[in-house]
Design a protein around this ligand. Structure first.
Ligand SMILES: [Zn+2]
Length: 408
């Protein structure tokens, strides 16, 4: 039996009505009906535990068939970045479910001056979702969106002049902005809060913020385009640990895979035991919040095989990214059809990078105990280390994936 995180001791009547509605919706999808055969009703968490999990492709099939519509107001369609797979669609009503987020998470308060630095447009939801949150807070807000490198200095100066207290964005973007500010010696003494959503926290950001904005602390939201925001955390929480929102029922299986069920009666996506691919573990959070929390262990597809050796992409990128002179690293796995895979390590240098950076990082990788280091020792051509001024990013979301597979 999976472990359920629910804000009430058992499913309430309202919860049950919602779950039964979700089941009916999914049963009405011809391509999915078979998997729910024999399941007539859901009366308890035990019944819920017996339901099959819904996978990403299943949900997209269901949404294509159901074309959900909000009861009133607008029906918004968003599309996720597709950093780790095919793009996913999600529907949301006016307000984008952010009232509940605000009720449970006071990242912004009326005295804040906030800059929304998530890129806008192309149907990615983060920018708009955060604006919907801001509308509940009473703060002053500015819509910045994505910046390019040449714009960092004038905008950072603008933030300092306007006494901006809060800035939000995807960690990849935040890392570039605050890494630049650190290298350029820019200080933002009024900045108290950094809101983040869309990727895991980057520990390098903690170091950069300590230099640029020593009063700034991180406030995180966790979710996806299909589930919307499912959890939040505060500066007192561990960066990888999350507190579920009351209408988002988390379930952590024996294999540590997480699935979600949305208990919000206005929910448009049929999120019923929906599995996003993240693994996690139920923990008590260091913040002291008595609500149980989940520590995210990362995606189970984060292990790749390179010339027969397992490589943990996130660990590899974090290790290389922490080397002196490296602002950020990224892996490009080239897998030509005729074999002879090559791992290219792209390095975005920081201000302290010296002329031997590529050689030093190469020596570190080849001499380290990482899985494939033995491959690189035997076959030096299977590793390339390249200095670049631009990593490979998703142009819509600004997310920079740890791994790019151009031949996949
Ligand atoms: Zn906490």
């Amino acid at each position: 039996m999976p472990e359920f995180l629910l804000s009430t001791p058992e499913l309430t009547e309202a919860h049950l009505a919602r779950v039964r509605g979700l089941l009916a919706s999914l049963k009405s999808v011809p391509a999915l009906a078979g998997r729910y055969e024999g399941i007539e009703s859901i009366d308890s968490l035990d019944d819920l535990a017996k339901l099959p999990v819904l996978l990403k492709d299943d949900l997209q099939v269901a949404l294509a068939h159901l074309s959900p519509r909000a009861g009133q107001g607008a029906t918004w369609v968003f599309q996720s970045g597709g950093s780790t797979g095919r793009p996913q669609i999600g529907y949301a009503p006016t307000g984008l479910y952010m009232r509940e987020v605000h009720d449970n998470w006071k990242a912004l308060t009326p005295d804040d001056v906030f800059v929304n630095g998530w890129s806008a447009g192309k149907m990615w939801g983060a920018h708009f979702l955060v604006n919907a949150y801001v509308e509940h807070t009473g703060c002053v807000a500015m819509n910045l969106g994505a910046m390019n490198k040449d714009e960092y200095d004038p905008w950072l100066e603008f933030f300092a002049t306007r006494k901006v207290t809060a800035f939000g964005g995807t960690p990849s973007v935040l890392r570039l902005v605050f890494g630049h500010a650190r290298d350029a010696g820019i200080k933002l003494p009024d900045l108290r809060k950094v809101l983040w959503l869309g990727e895991g926290w980057d520990p390098q950001l903690t170091e950069d913020l300590a230099a640029v904005a020593p009063n700034a602390r991180r406030w995180g939201m966790f979710g996806s385009t299909e589930t919307w925001v499912v959890a939040t955390n505060t500066p007192e929480c561990a960066a990888d640990t999350w507190h579920p929102l009351p209408t988002k029922l988390w379930s952590v299986g024996e294999d540590e895979m997480i699935d979600f069920t949305t208990l919000n009666p206005d929910g448009l996506n049929p999120i019923l035991r929906y599995r996003t691919g993240d693994a996690g573990r139920v923990v008590s959070c260091p913040c002291g919040d008595p609500r149980r929390a989940v520590r995210i262990l990362g995606r189970r597809d984060g292990l790749i095989k390179f010339r027969g050796h397992l490589l943990n992409v996130a660990e590899f990128v974090a290790d290389v990214g922490a080397r002196p002179g490296v602002a950020r690293a990224q892996l490009v796995l080239k897998e030509p059809a005729d074999g002879g895979s090559v791992l290219e390590v792209l390095l975005l240098p920081s201000g302290e990078a010296g002329p031997r950076l590529a050689a030093e990082v190469r020596e570190h990788i080849v001499g380290s105990a990482f899985g494939p280091s033995i491959v690189f020792q035997r076959n030096p051509h299977s590793l390339e280390v390249t200095i670049t001024d631009t990593l490979i990013g998703n142009t819509r979301t600004g997310k920079i994936p740890d791994l790019v597979r151009p031949d996949a």
